[in-house]
Design a protein around this ligand. Structure first.
Ligand code: NAD
Ligand code: UGA
Length: 448
């Protein structure tokens, strides 16, 4: 198939499937794009005015393409689209396994495997099956096996096309990617997938590799990014001991063009659904292939991140001195409603376990869902404004770098006298906090 595919299906209407297919539909008006999901509630939300994913710029694109050449359909009703598809993207979750061989480290491929079974049963003619989900290296072998063992007449080519978007900037990342990566051994299939991205991505930014290199490159890219954060976070602790300021150190280090300035922001620890699980997947692969030294190297990145979250929670716990804690920010980063693996989950758990009362505020996260994730503890509640969370608090923990936390009116914040503001993101206005008479601890700074 050398012309551009006309019918695309994506299985999985999540943070990746929804925005990615919206951008493909917008940039390729001649292509019909159908997104399927087992979760009918999620599909209904994609078809409503209240999208399940908060991303700047996403509602505008959805308004433009939904019903034109982008369709969100519950999976059971979308089997005809699957039968007719030229290309099927698999964009379902690949979380860390919780049981069986590799539990706690290896990626759980059950959702991907279920997709492969469904495609094998439903597809007709020749179908290009694309791994969009992040996979362990050589996972495509398993997909190929399932397709050939269960096919009912169709033929298949399997490609790896991992996604590099970051939440909060998903639309910008999709529209102006650093690169698009296509791994595969079938030139016609690679050319067909390339022709979709070529509608808006410059040819030199569309990289092609072998399947295994593409799968491993995705894990490697996330590991390198996470490693930078753990590197700067490890030094944030040394800064606090020595009087150096981590923001100054990062700015200096980042001016070296070989190092670059990005991803050197010290924090309370990286969160999100991917960095930790992809590092663990890489670690498992190294162990599986008899490389314990390599596994230990990457394990250090995970360990520093855990340590950083607990180190910061201990600072807040001590600052609270049995008074109420205001937590500002539940999302794992700004500009998203996603709190999967967020530092806020780890910090809140520790504060609640130590018996402290926590009142939290986040501009986008659904507080009810967050509380449910914590097990609905009685001494956890959610405020609808930052001011409400702050009133009467003995300690404040700033855990997400939302822009509004940069301009909090500390003078009128009504914290309890002698309260301590603990900034895990280096975003608060230090002068305003001091002038309001409150104590201040900033990650990576000895005397803020
Ligand atoms: P998600 O949990 O938001 O979405 C996955 C969706 O797949 C869910 O809605 C779920 O109901 C659906 N699903 C699961 N099994 C299904 C099945 N058998 N049939 C139909 N639907 C099914 O996940 P996500 O954040 O979009 O991540 C998807 C993949 O992309 C993961 O492998 C992740 O590592 C990778 N990734 C994520 C990001 C990100 O920023 N979130 C970025 C790059 C890559
Ligand atoms: C990350 C990668 O950036 C994407 O390229 C990748 O596609 C994605 O993972 C994935 O595979 O899921 P994401 O997790 O959405 O994207 O967001 P990031 O901007 O990478 O932030 C991750 C975490 O690191 C956040 O908690 C963020 O606050 C933290 N971080 C980031 C820092 O603590 N310091 C920094 O300098 C940068």
């Amino acid at each position: 198939m050398n012309s551009r595919p006309r019918k695309i299906v994506c299985i999985g209407a999540g943070y990746v499937g929804g925005p990615t297919m919206a951008v493909i539909a917008a940039r390729c008006p001649d292509v019909q794009v159908t997104v399927l999901d087992l979760n009918a509630e999620r599909i209904a939300a994609w078809n409503s005015g209240s999208l399940p994913v908060f991303e700047p710029g996403l509602p505008e694109i959805i308004r433009q393409v939904r019903g034109r050449n982008l369709h969100f359909i519950p999976q059971a009703q979308g089997l005809a689209a699957l039968a007719e598809a030229d290309v099927v993207f698999i964009s379902v979750q690949t979380p860390t396994k919780t049981s069986g061989a590799g539990a706690g480290k290896a990626s759980d491929l059950q959702f991907v495997e279920a997709c492969a079974h469904l495609i094998a049963q439903q597809a007709r003619g020749h179908t290009i099956v694309v791994e969009k989900s992040t996979m362990p290296v050589r996972a495509a072998e398993r997909i190929q096996q399932i397709l050939s063992a269960n096919q009912t007449g169709g033929t298949f080519a399997v490609l790896s096309n991992p996604e590099f978007l970051a939440e909060g900037t998903a639309i910008r990342d999709l529209e102006h990617p650093d690169r698009v990566l296509i791994g595969g051994e079938d030139p016609a299939a690679v050319a067909a997938l390339k022709s979709i991205y070529a509608a808006w991505v410059a040819p030199e930014k569309i990289l092609t590799t072998g399947l295994w290199s593409a799968e491993l490159s995705k894990l490697a890219a996330n590991a390198f990014l996470a490693q930078r954060i753990s590197s700067i976070n490890s030094l944030s602790a040394l800064c606090e001991q020595t009087g150096a300021d981590v923001a100054e150190v990062a700015a200096v280090v980042g001016t070296d063009s070989r190092i670059g300035p990005k991803f050197l922001q010290a924090s309370v620890g990286f969160g999100g659904s991917c960095f930790q699980k992809d590092l663990l997947s890489l670690i498992y692969l190294c162990e599986h292939h008899g490389l314990p030294e390599v596994a230990a190297y990457w394990q250090g990145v995970v360990d520093i991140n855990e340590w950083q979250k607990h180190r910061f929670a201990a600072v807040v716990q001590q600052a609270a001195a049995n008074r109420r804690v205001a937590v500002l920010g539940l999302a794992f980063k700004k500009d998203t409603n996603d709190f999967r693996e967020s530092a806020a989950l780890a910090v809140c758990r520790r504060l609640l376990q130590s018996g402290l009362e926590v009142v939290a505020y986040d501009p986008r996260v659904d507080g009810t869902r967050f509380a449910a994730e914590l097990g609905n503890p009685s001494h956890f509640s959610v405020a609808s404004t930052a001011a409400q969370a702050l009133a009467g608090a003995g300690a404040v923990a700033v855990l997400t770098e939302w822009d509004e936390f940069r301009s909090i009116a500390w003078a009128s914040a009504k914290l309890s006298p002698g309260a301590m503001v603990c900034d895990g993101r280096n975003v608060v206005d230090r002068t305003a906090v001091r002038q309001a008479g409150y104590g201040l601890r900033v990650i990576g700074s000895a005397a803020p």
